[in-house]
Ligand binder design. Sequence first.
Ligand code: FES
Ligand SMILES: [Fe+2]
Length: 425
Amino acid sequence: MTQAQSPYDVLTRTGPGTPGGDLLRRYWQPAALAEELPVGGAPVPIKLLGEELVLFRDELGQPGLIGLHCAHRGADLSYGRLEDGGLRCIYHGWLYDMNGRCLEQPGEPAGSTFHERIHQTAYPCLERAGIVFAYLGPGDPPQLPDYYFISGPEECTFAHKYFHDCNYLQSNEGNIDPSHLSYLHHFMKEDDTRLAPSAFSAPEGAGISSNTLFGRDQSPRLEVEETDYGVRIFSVRTASPSETYLRVTNFIYPNGFGIPTQGGWHVPIDDTHHWKFQIYRGSSPLDLPRMKRDMLQTMTPDYHHLRSRANRYLQNRDEMKVRSIAGLGPVFQNHDNWATESPGSMQNRSQEHVAYTDRAIIKAREVLLRAIRQVQAGNDPPHVIRNPEQKRMSHLVSLQEVIPNSADWRDHWKTHMVPDTFVLA
Ligand code: FES
Ligand SMILES: [Fe+2]
């Protein structure tokens, strides 16, 4: 990082050759939902970390990710033909395989070896839990860790993505900000079934809903603990004179999060737009068609929120009087989208005033800056796992539970470590 760059520039700029981009490129990143890339379907143009790429499946169904613009004279390969073991440009027929090798150049003279000297950008891909991941970094890709939200039976997993009209970091900072659950997401009536059902389910050990618990104690005690994978976050609320409402959530290097029953990543498209990839993980098979239908009530089929900056998020001031703090409807994603886009496409952090509530955010920024320096020094950053035996993540636990005051909330997460790393919360 140069002297002219603020720490916030370093954290938020993610294009090729930037310090923050170099860090993000050391880990597998979600590139697309598998449903966007059906077997036999068209190649998909995507932008990832500022790079224009095309995602496709070869004739064996394996995903490949190569540069969008043909190495010949730049035509868009997403219009290309999928045939002969690769993707063929429809301008002059150059054929690329998923490793970026140019296999054929039909217009060149017979016997030409020019194609052997052409190398199209190409990145390795793998598929897990309904997501196609890509590795845009140098050298061999690391292991993709067995996070609880991408492990386990397919029918228990629902992956989705949401467009965000802002830098990736400010939205992931929303995921590691436990106090806003008592405010932004709060509903005034306990029995209003038109509101978010999940807000009215009771956490483990509680006879009352999380909405009531969040409202009962608006200023949780917050503690953070640095871990090998990032930061473990404890938010501790008074549930009753004898009970504590404990939530354990997680920041995961370098742009991930783990919260009860869910987890995911905020992945830069470029520095002022990103996708939130979110994976729900049930303890039993999920009703996937219903979840998809519910999602489409508030989203376009191409994963954009219907409530957006352009329509002032359809805020309803009557709703604010009697039903919800924010007047932004029942869906938490809509609240969070407003909260993290409204600072602007790139939040001006030199003007913020971080407080006690921001302890996890401050810690995450600190560990990210340290990780960036490690990459700059030529080392692997934290949580880059090379040994397959170390990819089990049973100590990455997210939970919400009402526990007796006599229980030790700092150690309670250990009782939730289970062999398949999944925690019902
Ligand atoms: S521009 Fe692609 S083959 Fe010529
Ligand atoms: Fe939120």
